[in-house]
Write a protein that binds this ligand. Structure first.
Ligand SMILES: NC(=O)c1ccc[n+]([C@@H]2O[C@H](COP(=O)([O-])OP(=O)(O)OC[C@H]3O[C@@H](n4cnc5c(N)ncnc54)[C@H](OP(=O)(O)O)[C@@H]3O)[C@@H](O)[C@H]2O)c1
Length: 334
């Protein structure tokens, strides 16, 4: 397996990162620990979680699974989402970031975070306040590197410029949604990342399972699927299962099988080997799902596969909106 540099840093990461968003939710403790151990045993050295995943349980389970192996792993977590009912229990203020970092360290059972990421922008908070707090965390030895997530390209660029102007910690990575159904980051963010040496760590590489055969082409959604686990009017996960996405998913599954791969493997491989991508974050709910995807660590996307994928969804295009948790992208795409 080839390791890849995490942006301009000297840190080498596996070309897949293990995402822990299901841990403590769809994935109970024992299986979560087994998933982490299986991923590390297969050579993955990069793990991603967030303070808000399942109210902190994801961080707790990751910490538990990494006991005794912490120094073998590049550990990323995030701050921004709501962690309490108070007016200051969310966002990118200095106050919240410093408190949230200590809480994450406690839950993770570690004294440093390798990659501390701003989960979403806070447009009403000056970015120099956020970068100043992150810089202090780096100087205090609590954080090694800082990054951002689901930021539009112009906000990433603004942050890089402010870091340079004020001598503050610089984002080394951006974590955007990216899969064959939503290729929009190819238009602005990927060229920016390539020019300025930013790591790109895509989330939802399987389009939440739509590209992995998780959802039937017709009929009700599976009761145990992510789209159905959080029923309610504002269900961002159900919104990502669209008729047009399912139609592409069907053609994509045929394409994958014609190349001797499962749909999930081709979806992940496509994402891993797209220009500018450092490491997609694979987020299995079960051990079985992980085992199906692990071979992708050692595979390369063939030119014919790339062309066939481009024929399904053209570069820069979009079929389903995966930015629907981003404040500036709430409007569904027609
Ligand atoms: N920065 C952010 O805002 C952000 C947002 C989302 C995620 N993330 C990170 O990125 C990671 C991955 O994101 P994601 O979970 O959306 O990615 P994803 O890989 O596109 O979707 C994961 C879901 O796909 C299904 N799946 C997984 N493996 C499968 C397989 N082999 N066959 C069929 N279906 C399969 C499962 O659905 P079921 O659960 O329905 O079985 C699983 O929960 C997360 O764990 C988290 O660390 C970050």
């Amino acid at each position: 397996m080839d390791h890849r540099l995490l942006g301009r840093t000297g840190v080498r990461v596996s070309p897949l990162c293990l995402g822990a968003m299901n841990f403590g939710g769809g994935t109970a403790e024992a299986e979560a620990v087994r998933i982490v151990h299986a991923a590390l045993d297969a050579g993955i050295n990069f793990v991603d979680t967030a303070d808000v995943y399942n109210a902190g349980d994801s961080e707790r389970l990751v910490g538990k699974a990494l006991a005794g192996r912490r120094d073998k792993v590049i550990l990323g977590t995030k701050v921004h989402g709501r962690t309490g009912l108070g007016p200051n229990d969310q966002g990118n203020s200095r106050l919240h970031i410093l408190r949230a970092c200590d809480a994450s360290l406690r839950r993770l059972g570690t004294d440093y975070i390798d990659l501390y990421q701003i989960h979403r922008p806070s447009p009403d908070i000056p970015v120099d306040e956020t970068l100043g707090a992150l810089t202090d965390l780096v100087r205090a030895g609590k954080v090694r590197y800082v990054g951002c997530s689901t930021h539009p390209a112009w906000m990433v660029m603004e942050a890089l410029a402010v870091s340079e102007r004020l001598g503050l910690a610089r984002y080394v990575s951006e974590q955007p949604p990216y899969n064959l159904l939503d290729r929009r980051i190819e238009n602005e963010l990927i060229p920016l990342a390539q020019r300025y040496g930013l790591a790109i760590l895509p989330w939802a590489p399987l389009a939440q399972g739509v590209l992995a055969g998780r959802y039937p082409a017709e009929g009700p959604l599976p009761a145990d699927s992510r789209a159905m686990r959080q029923p309610g009017q504002a269900n961002i996960y159900a919104d990502r299962v669209t008729p047009s996405g399912l139609a592409v998913g069907r053609a994509f599954a045929d394409l994958a099988r014609s190349h001797g791969r499962t749909p999930g493997q081709l979806a992940l491989l496509w994402c891993k080997d797209q220009p500018g991508v450092t490491a997609p974050i694979v987020g299995p709910r079960t051990e079985e799902q992980l085992f199906e995807l692990l071979p992708v660590l050692d595979l390369s996307l063939a030119a014919a596969e790339r062309l066939a994928c481009d024929a399904l969804v053209p570069p820069g295009g979009v079929v389903t909106n995966f930015h629907n948790t981003a404040p500036w992208m709430k409007t569904p795409i027609a």
